[in-house]
Design a protein around this ligand. Structure first.
Ligand code: SAM
Length: 251
């Protein structure tokens, strides 16, 4: 009889998030604006524009990584944006951007965001004064702590275990107060992936029906849309990007 070997499912704790390859990740994804970034920015700006400038006391960016643009998008509506991130290298990068000023490559992202949301502060440097980097992960989230929460390419990109994906999304949805808004982006159907020639990072391929199954019972006003696969990015094996807005049920 032939022996079959089944590879173990890689869970979130099996990857070393402190060793996230910040420079390669930025080079592959964010040193220039890709069509999918434009799509995400349009979508998320429409979400944040529904709130008057400065009307949200505290918002969350869960698993911020070294990506500055979701953080900037929240700074029109939010007086304080918390970038929660378990990885030391990503936190160090974000802190350098906040302390010494953002790298020039982020300016086109801010120009587009501000054209779409005039409630954003006049400059990116000013916007970033509202951002605070916090060490931690989804397991540290406190129920109802935030007025709104954002998550980009995290729950599906940090585990191969669908149960763990679900738990991470549930913690994200519970992090806002009842009635609080949620905005998120997911890689569609992306399997585990590499950045450059580095190690394989665990991922969980999800589609729209998976997002509906996870967020439907936990949220109200759930809306999901899709961006076509971005062929200007490296081949991550995805089929596009899924965009989500919802709110936590309640007043
Ligand atoms: C694919 S990156 C996405 C980074 C960034 N949000 C973006 O838009 O490019 C996944 C991020 O999730 C973080 N992460 C890993 N496990 C996490 C967890 N359990 N809770 C929150 N974030 C986590 C990683 O450190 C990494 O920064």
């Amino acid at each position: 009889m032939m022996a079959t070997t089944r590879r173990a499912v890689r869970r979130n704790r099996d990857a070393d998030w402190n060793a996230w390859p910040v420079a390669e990740y930025l080079a592959e994804n964010y040193r220039q604006m890709h069509p999918c970034d434009r799509g995400v920015i349009h979508h998320h700006c429409a979400f944040f524009r529904q709130f008057a400038p400065g009307s949200l006391a505290r918002t969350l960016e869960l698993g911020a990584g070294p990506n500055l643009y979701p953080l900037m998008l929240a700074t029109g509506a939010a007086r304080r944006v918390e970038a929660l991130e378990p990885g030391a290298a990503s936190r160090a990068y974000l802190r350098r951007q906040l302390t010494y000023g953002p790298e020039d490559s982020w300016e086109p992202f801010y120009a587009l965001a501000r054209a779409l949301d005039p409630g954003l502060p006049p400059t990116l440097t000013e916007a970033l004064t509202r951002v605070h980097v916090v060490q931690g992960d989804a397991g540290d989230l406190v129920d109802g702590h935030y007025d709104a929460a954002s998550m980009n390419f995290v729950a599906e990109s940090v585990t191969e275990d669908f149960g763990e994906f679900t738990a991470l999304c549930a913690a994200f949805a519970r992090a806002v107060r009842p009635g609080g808004g949620l905005v998120a982006a997911f890689m569609e159907r992306m399997p585990s992936y590499r950045i450059g020639h580095g190690p394989v990072w665990p991922a969980c391929p999800v589609d729209e029906s998976a997002l509906r199954a996870v967020f439907g019972p936990r949220t109200a006003d759930l809306r999901i849309s899709r961006l076509a696969k971005d062929r200007t990015l490296p081949e991550y094996g995805d089929t596009g990007v899924l965009l989500l807005t919802a709110r936590r049920p309640g007043p």
